[in-house]
Design a protein around this ligand. Structure first.
Ligand code: IMP
Ligand code: MG
Length: 182
């Protein structure tokens, strides 16, 4: 498909280039390393979108950690959250008494992370923090506090660096806004 051979044809503008992303990810890794000194953190990556961010971030976290994955579904194939959230995969490692850091790609309506947060809190972790690469500041439906934010971005649909449109564009090294005709 042309989207894979020629992604730049479909891109309206590049919001964050590779260098900018990686530099910020490094800063986040340093901060997390500092904040979790002497703790045994369990990192939870929210599939699929956070996978690329997660893979880079963990290589900048220089303390001992375990990690696990969760996957939730709310979007179907559209660009708007349905609000109807279900787990496709729950964490396999026991949450009880652990220091949990959830890592997600983007905070948009807040519905997914709020749902995940209540689920995890019901399993009695000793602490729970959230790290997102991107924060769409003006699009919140469900208010939620996050502890680490990579970038605040405007309310536009973005792809790349793990984020998709209908499962396309996840492999781009940059984060971009798509052209309208997609
Ligand atoms: P929320 O429940 O609306 O906060 O959305 C959470 C999930 O929707 C994110 O983890 C993404 O997977 C997806 N999502 C939200 N906005 C975008 C976007 O601009 N591009 C790609 N995926 C998005
Ligand atoms: Mg996601």
């Amino acid at each position: 498909m042309d989207q894979f051979k020629n992604p730049s044809k479909y891109v309206e503008k590049i919001l964050l280039n590779e260098e900018t992303i990686l530099q910020r990810v490094q800063e986040l890794g340093k901060q997390i390393t500092k904040d979790y000194q002497n703790k045994d953190v369990l990192l939870i990556c929210v599939l699929k979108g956070a996978l690329v961010f997660f893979a880079d971030l963990i290589r900048d976290i220089n303390i001992h950690f375990d990690f696990d994955f969760v996957q939730l579904s709310s979007y179907g194939n559209s660009t708007q959250s349905s609000g109807n959230i279900v787990f496709l995969r729950k964490p396999l490692i026991d949450i009880n008494d652990r220091d949990i850091l959830v890592v997600d790609d983007i905070l948009d309506s807040g519905l997914t992370l709020s749902y995940l947060k209540s689920y995890l809190l019901s399993k009695n972790p000793s602490s729970l923090k959230i790290c997102v690469l991107l924060n769409k500041v003006s699009h919140r439906i469900q208010p939620i506090e996050v502890d680490y934010i990579g970038f605040n971005i405007p309310d536009e649909f973005v792809v790349g660096y793990g984020l998709d449109f209908n499962d396309m564009y996840r492999g781009l090294r940059y984060i971009a806004v798509l052209k309208d005709e997609n």
